[in-house]
Write a protein that binds this ligand. Structure first.
Ligand SMILES: *[C@@H]1O[C@H](CO)[C@@H](O)[C@H](O)[C@H]1NC(C)=O
Ligand SMILES: *[C@@H]1O[C@H](CO)[C@@H](O)[C@H](O)[C@H]1NC(C)=O
Length: 384
């Protein structure tokens, strides 16, 4: 008995610390945390918000549950290694909406997945800093949706020419009603079809400003410059035996100011705040290097993969069972001892401030409280 306890503790500790190369002692101070702890949920929510803010395309991701979390306490602050199960919402990222204000989709249109993030939190200095992230998303299984709901429409192929046509037709209506400015299509971002009294197409698409004005109309040959999308439109085209109905409604993005985020923004992010940090004084660092365009330093990416069923052939389904469905990789270093990351720019003072960043902890969950409870508990949209 005298031997058993130390052995047991040792095993637990080995699991809960960042384990990368056998034989090397893991760095001290990496804690496994409960995935339902309120401060962990708060940190995860802010991390996901910063992930969404870093993105230029796709739809805002919402937090379904915290799948795993490690906290590496350092002086000062903590580095969190977060594994988050996420769901796509109906808000395009360029609307800059906060994920909590965005609706989750119907199950048959769901896109779900997993993100990993390395997130630095320093309460006394009121710093939240997303160091890196990566996400992998997949559409919900068509086969399993079809079994559950034979009448549900399939997730659509945005490249279908009908959707492009519907988007162009609804944009033409918008342009014809616009006093002078004209817009051109950037990309169809969502689409669906339905049979009403005839075929009906519903689309969502990004637009940019066209160099042509209305008076130049159709004989304007100016090529649109390579400009950023300025708005998002929803439109529909319904064909009946007698006539065609076209609808359109566009929302323009707020001008991207020099400092999106900032203190006022942080204060508007909802009732949640870090324990011990007053909302009004909370600082969310958005642009660590004023003067440098933030675009120059992408912190991560969101990858879309096909329906899991499309990848598995029936004969090797057995073999594939253990293949990772969401192989999200996120490593700022492969050195098992970690590497230091200079984060002096996050601090007010002149002193140099460094973090120790470790290889992302392997997927050996050791907290009984992980994964945490899911907002949407349907197994079809939970990564395995
Ligand atoms: C979507 O449609 C395009 C053109 O119709 C086709 O080339 C492409 O393979 C389709 N993609 C899927 C996933 O079905
Ligand atoms: C998660 O935490 C909340 C609030 O602390 C609690 O009400 C809930 O029962 C917890 N859920 C689980 C599954 O532990």
């Amino acid at each position: 008995m005298g031997l058993l306890l130390p052995l047991l503790l040792c095993t637990l500790a080995a699991c809960c610390r960042a384990r990368s190369v056998p034989g090397k002692p893991p760095p001290l101070g990496v804690l496994s945390r409960g995935c339902n702890d309120s401060d962990v949920l708060t940190v995860a929510g802010f991390a996901l918000q910063d992930i969404n803010r870093d993105r230029k395309d796709g739809y805002v991701l919402s937090l379904n549950r915290v799948s795993d979390v490690r906290e590496h306490r350092q002086d000062p602050g903590s580095v969190f290694y977060l594994t988050l199960d996420v769901l796509e919402t109906d808000c395009h990222v360029l609307t800059r909406k906060v994920w909590k204000d965005c609706g989750v989709r119907y199950i048959h249109r769901s896109v779900y997945g997993q993100c990993k993030a390395i997130y630095y939190v320093n309460r006394p200095e009121r710093i939240l800093y997303l160091a890196a992230y990566n996400c992998i998303l997949r559409p919900v299984s068509r086969r399993r949706i079809h079994t559950m709901c034979p009448d549900c429409p399939f997730p659509t192929n945005l490249s279908d020419p009908e959707y492009l046509e519907a988007a162009l037709e609804s944009l033409a209506k918008y342009n014809s009603e616009s006093p002078s400015k004209q817009y051109s299509l950037v990309q169809v971002t969502q689409a669906s079809r339905q049979w009403v009294v005839g075929p009906a197409y519903f689309v969502e698409y990004l637009i940019k400003e066209s160099p042509c004005t209305k008076s130049q109309a159709s004989n304007c040959a100016l090529q649109p410059p390579d400009s950023e999308p300025v708005g998002l439109c929803t439109g529909s085209v319904t064909q009946t035996p007698m006539e065609k109905f076209v609808s359109v409604s566009c929302n323009f993005f707020e001008q991207q100011g020099p400092a999106p985020g900032g203190e006022a923004d942080a204060a508007n992010q909802g009732p949640e705040h870090l324990p011990g940090v007053g909302e009004s004084q909370q600082k969310v660092v958005v642009d660590p290097t004023p003067g440098l365009p933030r675009k120059a330093v992408p912190k991560g990416s969101v990858q879309h993969l096909p329906d899991l069923d499309d990848e598995k052939k029936p004969e090797d389904a057995e073999e594939n069972q253990h293949a990772e469905a969401f192989p999200v990789k996120l490593d700022l270093t492969t050195n098992p001892w970690g590497e230091t990351l200079d984060v002096s720019f996050l601090f007010m003072g002149p002193a140099e401030q460094k973090l120790l960043v470790l290889p992302f902890p392997k997927d050996e969950r050791c907290s009984a409280e992980c994964p945490g409870p899911a907002q949407q508990n349907n197994p079809l949209i939970l990564p395995p």
